[in-house]
Design a protein around this ligand. Structure first.
Ligand code: TLP
Length: 349
């Protein structure tokens, strides 16, 4: 049997031997006292890359988003986001359960918010409706298929929202993928947001962690909120050591994942019953419709697993495959061949 091709997510990557070595050798201290030199280095380097005053390491992207809402939005206020945004639909409602806000999901065809859509969703000032407090964007948009938010649209949202007295957060879990697709730096494409989060644990390949970025004042408050969540870590330098390698080295290779996603998308498009437009695949996420195969996404995913290919059944009719550093071109081609076989067998059955 072939080795496993795991396309469920770019979160599944294993630390490289260099990361493991750095983790073993990391100089550490107690981060709750801000005394972990490796973690401090990661935070400083991240802030520098994004042109921000400060950064804070958190265990996960979900915690980073929750802290952003806790820090930027008043309890009882509404947060405008795209309907399928991770912060709204994939974080166990922590936005409400923990940060005390309500999500106002905006429906879009392509996952991309615009200022026009955001503006229409802002509540009028009054005594009955929850008042809008914050806007949250996602770049790249995961569930919409890794689509990239154009920088002009992002900036228009930020300018409009600021003028309306709202704060704006960016869930940039995969912002380095967006930067590669846009051919711009992460600093350039995020500069107008009040707060930005990105994950070292996704396409960048580190085992654990995300960073939250903003002004020194914002991050000071965010540190308090991280502690409220029990997210103050101690000798977290062992994690930061891998994060530093991810941050310095991985952005240069993300274009390979995007190229592999294209190969995957084109292969999938040729399979009868599968619907996908490869031109809409901009980064490392490939979402495709399987309704024409006569099988549910879960049935297909289960059968693919018997061929040692793992994918994520996202909805009953759609599957998500994500490319990353632990899957090469041959692996992607093998996934296409396996799906072709599984679909053909389904037709015969
Ligand atoms: N996304 C995960 C799953 O939760 C779906 C994945 O496999 O893609 N923002 C975005 C845009 C994300 O895609 C994710 C993770 C997060 C935030 C949360 O990150 P973690 O998993 O570190 O809490």
């Amino acid at each position: 049997m072939h080795p496993i091709v795991d396309l469920r997510s770019d979160t599944v990557t294993k630390p490289t031997p260099e990361m493991r070595r750095a983790m073993a050798e990391a100089e550490v201290g107690d981060d709750v006292y801000s005394e972990d030199p490796t973690l401090n280095r990661l935070e400083e380097r991240a802030a520098e890359m994004f042109g921000r005053e400060a950064a804070m390491f958190v265990p996960s992207g979900s915690m980073a988003n929750t802290i952003a809402v806790m820090t930027l939005a008043r309890r009882g206020s509404e947060v405008i986001c795209e309907e399928r945004a991770h912060i709204f639909s994939y974080e166990m409602a922590s936005l409400s359960a923990i940060a005390g806000c309500a999500a106002r999901g905006v429906k879009t065809e392509d996952g991309l918010l615009t200022w026009k859509l955001v503006k229409e969703a802002i509540r009028p000032k009054g005594r009955y409706m929850a008042q809008t407090g914050m806007v949250s964007c996602e770049n790249t948009h995961n569930v919409a298929g890794g689509v990239v938010l154009p920088t002009e649209d992002a900036e228009e949202i930020c300018d409009g929202a600021h003028e309306a007295g709202l704060t704006v957060h960016l869930d940039g879990a995969r912002i380095f993928n967006a930067a590669v697709a846009l051919g711009k730096s992460v600093a350039e494409i995020t500069r107008k947001f009040d707060s930005v989060t990105f994950c070292v644990s996704k396409g960048l390949g580190a085992p654990v962690g995300s960073l939250l970025l903003g002004t020194a004042e914002y991050i000071a408050q965010a540190r308090i909120n991280r502690k409220i969540l029990g997210g103050g870590m101690r000798q977290a330098g062992v994690l930061a050591a891998a994060g530093l390698i991810a941050l310095e080295q991985s952005p240069q290779r993300l274009h390979e994942d995007h190229e592999n996603a294209q190969v995957l998308a084109q292969g999938l498009a040729a399979i009868p019953g599968i619907r996908i437009d490869p031109q809409r695949v901009q980064t490392n996420i490939v979402v495709f419709d399987v309704s024409g195969t006569g099988q549910t996404s879960q049935q297909l995913a289960d059968q693919l697993a018997t061929h040692n290919v793992k994918v994520h059944a996202m909805t009953p009719t759609s599957i998500r495959a994500v490319t990353h550093c632990d899957v090469d071109r041959a692996g992607c081609l093998r996934a296409v061949a396996a799906l072709e076989q599984v679909c053909a067998a389904g037709v015969r059955a």
